[in-house]
Design a protein around this ligand. Structure first.
Ligand code: C5P
Length: 402
């Protein structure tokens, strides 16, 4: 999934021959799941029609402060457009637009939107080689960068003038890749590894039967998704579940038993920066697993159970740099039990959820949690979707780890 999925993107188009490539940029961004609004300078309309860009973006294209043709008095608010965007890309940026933007001029809608925008702004310059080399162009680019804007350098090659040199706008694919990479680097977990356990474990009784529980893995899968969205490389060790996840940053390691979950968790823990153990691990397993299906012979049957390894506690014992998070699903004396677990298992944070809360627990799309940190600070939350809960957990972790 691209970091651009769901992003609101303003594409500014200024008047140079590379403007014809802006149609491809819109297409690529829309394909990646972004919402695109286009703002053109009046000169850009000589190179590519607003109709083309409106059709591809499925939105009206803006180029003037008011709707001049219909004389309707509708005002295209540069402030609203600037605030709407998660990011702005001006491609192509002509020497003229580059210079005016660096000076803060705003004699057209595109420049006024740029000046109003609070989001990151990317400039993809396109011009002839001598214009690109000119000290005043260099000056404008340096100045724009010093304001926190990002320049996507022009490339070398054949130019519209017939000359050859640096000045060609980067190709649409290169521009989109550049932005994706750049955004990924700004994500708070971009260089972090996160280990997550999820779902139930099944402890075999015989080849057919097992001891399990009602966990669906929903909470852990939402945590994995959120970690990936925040840029982390995720290792999701999951017990048997109906859920599936397909994300380039999430490696799914399916396991069945607590012993297998223990082994997989220990494999990925040493390199992890954060470990969140949300799995509902079976505390006991049959002492022996029958080789053949157990036949119905008598009225009573006794299965001897022995404890499974406590994965969380074992990681608490060996943790070094890792921020270790456990879950506590309690039915009584919730706070006291959770605090006890936090200390006994050497955790940095425990996420408490109570089966007494309506909408919290197994299989529900929602959860109601209380976070308790190492200093035993208690932070209760309202009932929320599991995706929102995952968000809250990471906000807390980010606060504690930065
Ligand atoms: O002690 P209790 O089972 O309530 O602790 C719950 C927490 O411990 C959860 O984070 C769960 O994933 C983890 N756990 C574990 N291995 C076990 C039992 C629980 O990692 N065998």
């Amino acid at each position: 999934m691209s970091v651009l999925q769901g992003k609101k993107i303003l594409l500014g188009v200024s008047g140079g021959i590379a403007a014809y490539k802006s149609a491809l940029i819109v297409r690529l961004l829309v394909k990646l799941g972004a919402e695109v609004k286009v703002v053109m300078t009046p000169a850009a309309k000589e190179f590519v029609t607003p109709l083309t860009l409106a059709t591809l973006s499925k939105k009206p294209v803006y180029s003037t402060f008011t709707d001049e043709e219909s004389d309707s008095g509708v005002w295209n608010s540069h402030v609203e457009l600037g605030l709407w965007a998660d990011l702005m890309l001006i491609a192509p940026t002509t020497a003229n637009t580059l210079s005016k933007a660096s000076e803060g001029a705003c004699d057209n809608l595109l420049l006024a939107v740029y000046l109003s925008a609070k989001c990151p702004v990317y400039f993809a310059p396109a011009m002839d080689l001598d214009m690109y080399k000119h000290p005043s162009t260099k000056n404008s680019m340096d100045k724009l960068e010093s304001f926190g804007n990002i320049i996507i350098p022009a490339t070398h090659g054949e130019l519209a003038s017939g000359l050859s040199g640096q000045g060609r706008m980067a190709e649409p694919e290169e521009i989109v890749n550049f932005i994706e990479k750049h955004l990924e680097h700004t994500l708070p977990l971009h260089d972090k590894k996160v280990l997550i356990t999820a779902g139930p474990t099944y402890e075999a009784i015989d080849p057919v039967r097992f001891i399990g529980n009602h966990s669906t893995g929903k909470m852990g899968f939402e945590i994995a998704k959120k970690a990936a969205e925040l840029g982390a490389e995720v290792f999701l060790v999951t017990g048997p579940t109906q859920l599936s996840i397909n994300h380039p940053k999430i490696k799914v390691i399916p396991v069945v038993s607590a012993q297998q979950m223990y082994a997989a968790s220990h494999q990925y823990f040493p390199d992890a920066d954060i470990a969140i153990l949300s799995a509902a691990v079976s505390d006991y397993k049959p002492q022996t697993v029958a080789e053949q299906k157990i036949k119905k012979k008598s009225d009573h049957i006794t299965i001897e159970l022995v404890p499974t390894p406590d994965i969380l506690a074992s990681l608490g014992k060996i943790k070094t740099k890792q921020f270790l998070v456990g879950f506590a699903l309690e039915t009584c004396d919730e706070l006291e039990n959770a605090k006890g677990k936090l200390q006994r298992k050497n955790l940095d944070l425990i996420v408490l959820n109570s089966l007494n809360d309506k909408g919290a627990g197994f299989g529900t799309p929602t959860n109601k949690i209380t976070l308790i940190d190492k200093a035993l600070n208690v932070l209760p939350f309202k009932l929320k979707s599991k995706a929102e809960v995952a968000h809250d957990i990471f906000q807390f972790i980010l606060q504690k780890t930065n």
